[in-house]
Write a protein that binds this ligand. Sequence first.
Ligand SMILES: C[S@@+](CC[C@H](N)C(=O)[O-])C[C@H]1O[C@@H](n2cnc3c(N)ncnc32)[C@H](O)[C@@H]1O
Length: 477
Amino acid sequence: MASTKTPGQGAPAEKGGLGVLLERAERRYRPLIRVDPQLSRNVVSYQANKDAPFYRWFRYQEGFSTKLVDRLIEESGIDTGTVLDPFAGIATTLFSARERGLDAVGFELLPIGPFVARAWLAAEQIQPASFDEAVREINATDFSTSPAEDETAFKHVRISEMAFPPGVERKISAFRHHVENRIGDKGLRDVLHLAGLSILEKVSYTEKCGQFLRWDSQSGKARVVYSKTRIRPFEEALAAQLDVMSEDINAGQARPATERRGSVDLRQGTAFELFSAVPDGSIDLVISSPPYLNRYDYTRVYPLELAYLGVDDAGLKRLRQSLLSCTVENREKVAYLEDLYAGQGRASFFSRVKAVHDGHEIVAAIHDHFEKLKDANRLNNPNVYRLIKNYFFEHAFVIFELARVLKAGGRAYYVNDNVRFAGIVIPVDIILSDIAIAAGLQTESISTLPVGKGNSSQQMGAYGKAEVRKCIYTWRK
Ligand SMILES: C[S@@+](CC[C@H](N)C(=O)[O-])C[C@H]1O[C@@H](n2cnc3c(N)ncnc32)[C@H](O)[C@@H]1O
């Protein structure tokens, strides 16, 4: 069932109060919200891809799976045209789409995804024999003594310092030196550098655990009492990684390429700026998963990988502030977006989107509610108020851009979770769908996982248990 009204833009709530508004919104959307028994955590997360050839080269834990993208493309009925993912991560949407003969465009802020994607593409062109030859040479090199000191040496950012056991950092630098100086072919160099990137976590004192980067106590970082299960020796981790890559490269080349592969075009930068290069009505399908409204800071979970790719402290801060706001550290982007659109000669677009956002009564009521909680010191972190504000404001621009670039009839599938702060379940799905409707999209459905997300022990203790929807929204132009 499709809805064409612009709910949430109506008259102010008769009784007022956030609770009443939220209940009313739930009732409005009830016919569109359906549990999809085929959706599992495994499929909407990276889990289903973690042992797949090529995908297993790098664990991007924020990714979704090929299986999910395949299913959504099938459901869309599209077999030619262009797919867009404005929050592409390691390009799962793009690679799945091209296997089905579709052209794919993506935007990704962090350099990690574009680097991995470039290496995957390069790997398809590499002769397995030359890769294996390079691996033999690497495995025979002692990186504790081979040359290390030059501009390719690994340079930390402040938050990655002390991440490695003694001697490991030197070996990483020597490995990079080896790849840069001994390997002539650029594509092969990219693939080998990816091997180095992929083992950083394994050979370090750090471990990505959900939203946090945990540090083993041996790192000497203050206040840590964590013991990582296993810190792998550099040589062992590298050899194992190269082994897996060799297996996939050899098997990949033996397999006939599918009949018609599309193109992959992953652009690095912020979606806010990259949208402007996409013409109106040029996109057949969008499959994407934005940062969630859950305080997850990508730049704090991937500091080793970002440093490996040459990001310095100033660059890291810039990346953090360019994220679609998802951390309590993000400052607001109102002036930035206003300038950006003015610079593109699209000041009226900015005003229109801002008006829709500012006129949304649930958003306004949430602001009000959380501002009061902040003023009464009742938020764990006062910046949660700012985070929520930023998230919906910035998202309004993304959604209006999606509506602009989609062809008539085109669909957008959007994977996102609802969240709970200070006991209030924020219906991100409903709010973003309201904005989508105001942007000219229909909300066809909100499919949810059979089991939602639990709550943090903190939330449960203070406010009791409430299940929070994990969803895929389907919008159609
Ligand atoms: C949930 S992840 C998507 C992962 C992706 N579906 C995959 O399979 O790899 C969200 C992504 O959005 C990226 N991101 C955050 N803010 C962005 C921005 N302003 N512009 C472009 N990408 C951004 C993050 O770096 C992250 O990779």
